[in-house]
Design a protein around this ligand. Sequence first.
Ligand SMILES: [Zn+2]
Ligand SMILES: [Zn+2]
Length: 208
Amino acid sequence: MKDKLDLHCFLNFEDIKKGEIYRTSVSFDEADSTISYWGQEYLLKFPLTFDVQACWANGELRVDLEPAFRVEVPCARCLKPVLLDEMCIRDSIYTLRKPSSEPDHELSEEEMSMVHIKFWPTHLDLGPQLWESIILSLPSVALCDLYCRGLCPHCGKDLNVDSCDCAFREVDPRLEALKKAKISLSGLERRKERDGHPKKKGFSRKNG
Ligand SMILES: [Zn+2]
Ligand SMILES: [Zn+2]
């Protein structure tokens, strides 16, 4: 299992002319690989492709990444593998601006997409942003079907294909406690009846 993919895509600044939108696409083809994220495992199906658009705006470089790939993830209810097509646009703004040093500064949406660099290099590796765009495209919860019935928590049967009677046999532990209390209460009442009610004593009428 991998916790990161070694992806690289180099943007050459000479190719990005001012006032124009530079477009390119990059594709990675290798063996499918499993990554672990959001507490579960995802099988990334290759090829992974990215459409890249870059343009200059106000002295900053705006880069839009659009990954397209397939991912297999277990259904959150029945664990059956679910194959999903993923696509999600991720923009980054490469800037020489320094990040805010104010304490408790709340990042705006624009600031969250900023990549702060100290100087303009001759080329830029988009690798970390490619990886980030994959992670952000992964669904945290996947369902094989909106109405998936899931697995029985007691016998593990897939309730989409078979049924079980665990739900009928199983008693809620709170109800179980109530049942016991009722039984002991009725036992107490029976004992009282058998031993006679104290108030009733002395009221027995005599015939005659
Ligand atoms: Zn399911
Ligand atoms: Zn069951």
